[in-house]
Design a protein around this ligand. Sequence first.
Ligand code: 13P
Ligand code: SF4
Length: 352
Amino acid sequence: MVSTASTLAPAPKARAEAKAPLAYAWSPALEKEMAPLYARVKNVITPMEWPYYAPLIKSINELKAQRDAVILAHNYMTPEIFHCVSDFRGDSLQLAKEAARVDAKVIVQAGVHFMAETSKLLSPEKTVLIPDMRAGCSLASSITPEDVRMLREAYPGVPIVTYVNTSAAVKAECDITCTSANAVKVVESLGAPRVLCIPDQYLAKWVQSQTKVEVIAWKGACEVHERFTGEELERMRADEPGLKIIAHPECPPDVIAAADFTGSTSGMIKWVKDSHPRKVMLVTECSMASNVAVEAPDVEFIRPCNLCPHMKRISLENIYDSLVHLRHEVTVDPDVAVRARRAVERMVNLTN
Ligand code: 13P
Ligand code: SF4
């Protein structure tokens, strides 16, 4: 059984930092009303945490309707966000597509800043909010627009594919975006013998292992996935007979070589649901195992995993404050947006 989310839950002091008073307090009536929802998540949220989360969840869900808002939650959100307040859940590609389709005035991005920017690019008329502006990404901060211009000069005529984990300003300098779910397809769609694939060196190496196109990499890395090692995985296999190991392509090559399957976060979830392994280790961010465990209660999830400090900046408290105050709004400079949108839409059209 997956360990509970208690280690990931915001400390009680975090509630004290929330600026707006809640519309609801814990009471026997609220406990009864929320019982069906709790029954769904009880394996990953402890009975001690629930009286703290339930009033926030009820308040957020009510406020969403008043604000004509939807919450888009990445697979790395903690279970009380992922399962209890989000309207759409998924990997970067699914969230980008949802942002383009969604019919609401306000989008709250329960994810990191580049995801909110992508939503704004695809829904320029909507108000896009992120509950904490500091929710960044080590990949997005590994490359600047100047770096991309330098690459264009160094590799004339070579198309540039950028992972969506980059700023809008970087996307604006590139030909097309990709996510880990479609990187190989995007690279091959360009019909070029050589392609620059930035900024994740490990995603680029993984793409290279799947295609004949020559892939040129940048030096960026995800601070969460680069910490796993192949040696650690082999030790886990020896300790846990019958263990299946599945990894995200942001992991180093020795980790991918030691894994039974490699795929995007949604690819990993699909693999667990389709294969029903008895025991599995998800080589990725911690919260994903808790989220999948809700839908695959018969599977045993073996840690370790690593936390993404950026994703973990998002909490029920700051989502609530974000809806109350309609903050923090994510905007993109119009000149940048035109060019960045072209790169994102080219990817979305390819995968539709
Ligand atoms: P996915 O596109 O696979 O959801 O990955 C996004 C991410 O940030 C992984 O670290
Ligand atoms: Fe960025 Fe890695 Fe966190 Fe994903 S897990 S948001 S790639 S730092």
